[in-house]
Design a protein around this ligand. Structure first.
Ligand code: ATP
Ligand code: ZN
Length: 305
């Protein structure tokens, strides 16, 4: 069956809604997912897990909120202040609380009556993991798989740019050579997985969307040192292909910040890869059509073995 052939980003969103894959649910970039969309998402996630699974791999599940201190210590607010979703709540008196419904009834802003809590919405699945590694890691380092809802404040009419979405990550901690070789191996493997699903996937060097003028220099350095790769797949009509998976080498950044050491006493290095689960699912529907029953047999066999 042919893929979807909408001619604009909004048109593609409408096609997904018409097919029941997505359900409009209020705020832009925060739509709901239908049952078939979820079946494909779970099947794709299971495929990655089958490939990632071996004896040394640990599995962890963190809630979609993390300690504000992690965000502060990793420099997230320097690099991506515009993407952070911080959680605020009311912490005042009974009398002060009455101002909130009054303001709402009057159609006034009421956010200033709230104060920051000690948590923010998780911006990347791997962030909560690093602080748990403080101290000396085992001789062969550590490898963990994580799946999480993450939040980024980037409202957009492009269905591929969500504010809340799920990321499947695999993270490796260890000696520099080991970690870099692992990142390169997963980069090639990630591309092969997406191509095995008959997706027109291409690899490219990439940079994070660092904020502001200083951010441009950080991004240039990241590209120059080949710290980040992405697998890109055409999903949006008339727009450049979309990053569906990312492969990052952090060098000793998290090791230094969180005091993670090798047996030798040296600071550990780390790398992570993240599959954007919704984006990959959208790439599948876009390429193969809205009904998985009509997808190529080889693709179905990989997703539903
Ligand atoms: P780091 O951990 O270093 O912050 P990361 O690899 O965990 O990086 P990104 O590279 O920013 O995080 O994102 C990982 C994947 O998440 C991307 O390849 C993409 O598929 C998906 N993704 C990113 N932003 C969005 C978004 N707004 N909506 C949907 N999916 C997204
Ligand atoms: Zn990561």
């Amino acid at each position: 069956m042919a893929g979807i052939s909408a001619s604009s980003a909004e048109g593609l969103y409408d096609e997904f809604v018409k097919a029941g894959l997505l359900i409009t649910a209020g705020p832009v970039g925060a739509f709901a997912r239908g049952a078939v969309f979820e079946q494909v998402l779970e099947a794709f996630d299971a495929l990655i897990l089958r490939i990632a699974d071996h004896e040394q791999v640990e599995t962890m599940t963190f809630p979609p909120v993390i300690d504000r201190a992690i965000i502060e210590r990793t420099g997230y607010m320097e690099s991506f202040p515009n993407l952070c979703g911080a959680i605020h709540s009311f912490a005042g008196s009974d009398r002060e609380a009455r101002a909130i419904p009054t303001r709402i009834a009057e159609g006034q802003a009421w956010g200033d009556l709230l104060s920051p809590t000690d948590v923010v919405l998780t911006p990347a699945a791997c962030y909560p993991f690093y602080p748990t590694c403080r101290g000396t890691v085992p001789a062969n380092g550590r490898e963990v798989t994580l799946r999480s809802w993450v939040y980024r404040q980037e409202p957009s009419i492009e269905p591929t740019r969500m504010r809340a979405f799920r990321m499947r990550e695999v993270v490796r901690i260890g000696a520099p050579d080991t970690v870099l070789a692992w990142r390169d191996q997963w980069r090639d493997r990630g591309l092969a997985i997406l191509r095995s699903l008959d997706l027109p996937a291409e690899l490219d060097i990439a940079a994070d969307p660092f904020f502001g003028r200083a951010g441009k220099m950080l991004a240039a350095g990241q590209i120059e040192q080949k710290l980040k790769f992405e697998v890109l797949i055409p999903i949006l009509p008339a727009l450049p292909p979309t990053a569906c998976a990312s492969f990052n080498y952090h060098q000793d950044k998290f090791g230094t910040i969180f005091g993670i050491r090798l047996l030798s006493g040296e600071t550990a290095h780390s790398a992570c890869l993240g599959f954007g689960l919704e984006r990959t699912v959208m790439a599948l529907f876009r390429t193969h059509g809205v009904d998985p029953a009509h997808w190529p047999a080889t693709v179905r066999a990989l997703l539903w073995p």
